[in-house]
Design a protein. Structure first.
Length: 257
């Protein structure tokens, strides 16, 4: 049986190393290419992928690692237990020198995120979790246990969005839940700031791939956050093509609590 606590804690230093490598690589000048879908990938993405995958393979040699940078379109693994890696989520933000890009790894067991790590190198934050009630933030070397306690003002409902101007069904969902203000965050950091209680809600239509969500999902859910589809069904992993369903992330049922 896997010791999730031990695996998560053994990855913390690796995430620190990979985060430092991402900053050094950026400072030295990134080499940027484009994938078949025209999205950018840098040598920083590839270096972080190498560092994370190497350590994960050491810790769990019998589990498949599915990474954004290694995945071949159309390939489907049949294992119900596997890793999902997004070395740098928010590559465009990383290339632009912004501070919200993240490093991500999640262990999926029986279609659910059982363990997750999200590194935010330029904010000196590392989030990690390994089961319900065990979600943590290392903030400038200070360890904080996350419990999704509201930090937003009473009566305010702060949403995090993937775009600067949410429209249509997504705007309707956020308004239905009493949104009073929103802020755009492009990376998986959005899950983490709901887990800390700094924001209350996030909603998205079908977009991106499972590796974009899995680590943040683990951090949030293990802190007590509710993570479902927009129609409030279970959000599970290992779907065909590793494509995401719609998503609803709520800090609590009552966002004023």
């Amino acid at each position: 049986m896997l010791d999730l606590k031990k695996i998560a804690e053994n990855l913390i230093d690796t995430f620190k190393q990979a985060g430092e490598a991402s900053i050094k690589t950026y400072d030295a000048g990134l080499k940027i290419e484009h994938k078949e879908d025209a999205s950018p990938v840098s040598n920083g993405d590839l270096l972080v992928n190498e560092i994370l995958c190497k350590k994960i393979k050491e810790l769990t040699p019998n589990l498949e690692i599915i990474s954004e940078e290694n995945y071949k379109e159309g390939k489907q693994y049949n294992d119900k237990d596997f890793w999902l890696i997004d070395p740098i989520d928010g590559t465009k933000e990383y290339i632009a020198g912004k501070d919200e890009y993240t490093l991500n790894a999640a262990l999926i067991l029986n279609k659910k995120p059982a363990l997750g790590l999200v590194g935010v190198p330029k904010k000196n934050r590392i989030f990690y979790s390994y089961g319900q009630g065990n979600s943590y933030l290392i903030d400038n070397e200070k360890l904080i246990k996350l419990s999704n306690q509201k930090k937003t003002p009473k009566g305010a409902v702060l949403a995090v969005t993937s775009s600067p101007n949410p429209k249509g069904p997504i705007l309707e969902v956020l308004q239905k839940h009493g949104m009073t203000k929103f802020q755009e965050i492009r990376s998986s950091y959005k899950f983490c700031v709901i887990a800390t209680g700094e924001f209350d809600i996030y909603a998205a239509r079908e977009r991106a791939n499972e590796w974009d969500y899995a680590a943040g999902h683990a951090i949030a859910e293990h802190a007590g956050v509710l993570v479902t589809t927009l129609d409030e069904k279970k959000f599970e992993y290992g779907k065909t093509g590793y494509k995401n369903l719609s998503l609803l992330v709520k800090r609590k049922i009552d966002l004023n609590d």
